[in-house]
Unconditional design. Structure first.
Length: 254
């Protein structure tokens, strides 16, 4: 199997992004009637060495860009609604790393569903390198979906995420074990609709389900399922010093 050129893949992803969201024009749900000869030829060249029926796949993939664009616009609008710092949809689309990582994931996931080898991972690793957000193309993520800040997020291959889910930086949706024998099993958690995962929380295990409308607080470590409408958080201990000082804990380590 021929390995595609990394730089060529990155250039293609940037061109497709510009095709979907031409920032010199108003961002809307208008259909993509023509992808352009340059993009179609470049895509065909990239996949020519890794899949035999590259012409048919190129046509199928380009036909899928309009529904992908509509899904991504729902994601962008959800990010805009969720983030008080976001001023407009153009800002979210053009500069938010969370949105770019979601864009790369949705392109890669579409190719993964077409059983294209290698290329989906190359696309999500480009997003990982660019944004610090690592989403496996095999993960199933509903829409709309919001990532705020994003750096350090890890979403594993068999993760399932519902609609209207928000993630903050440092969230890990991972496996309890990295045993190679479990490669074909569901190793990563399921996150149902309307869940918020705050910064630094870690949720592990293929049988772990976070019920709908739940909130997982910052730095929570979760390896078992929780019911819908749950709130899970760590409670910090606060000690107020007096004029006589206070006893330092024995387990305090710098």
């Amino acid at each position: 199997m021929k390995i595609p050129n990394n730089k060529g893949v990155e250039i293609l992803i940037k061109k497709i992004f510009k095709l979907l969201f031409p920032l010199e024009e108003k961002i809307d749900e208008s259909e993509i009637s023509y992808a352009g000869k340059v993009i179609s030829e470049q895509f065909e060249v990239i996949i020519s060495g890794i899949i035999p029926e590259n012409e048919r796949l190129t046509e199928q993939f380009l036909d899928n860009l309009t529904p992908l664009k509509k899904t991504l616009l729902k994601d962008a609008e959800f990010i805009l609604e969720s983030d008080p710092a976001a001023k407009n949809i153009e800002e979210v689309v053009s500069i938010y790393p969370g949105f770019f990582a979601i864009y790369c994931y949705r392109i890669a996931h579409a190719l993964n569903q077409f059983n294209v080898p290698l290329l989906p991972r190359m696309i999500t690793e480009y997003a990982h390198k660019t944004t610090g957000i690592d989403i496996h193309p095999g993960a199933v993520i509903g829409s709309p979906f919001s990532i705020d800040h994003g750096t350090g997020i890890v979403i594993g291959e068999t993760t399932k995420i519902g609609n209207y889910v928000k993630l903050y930086q440092g969230v890990t949706l991972g496996a309890l074990s990295v045993d190679k024998s479990k490669a074909s099993s569901k190793r990563h958690p399921t996150i149902e609709d309307n869940v918020i995962l705050y910064a630094g929380c870690t949720i592990l295990g293929g049988e772990t389900i976070v019920g709908r409308n739940s909130i997982i607080g910052g730095n929570v470590w979760l390896t078992e399922s929780i019911a819908p409408f749950s709130v899970v958080y760590n409670k910090s201990e606060i000690i107020v010093r007096n004029h006589n000082g206070f006893q330092e804990p024995l387990n305090f380590i710098i």
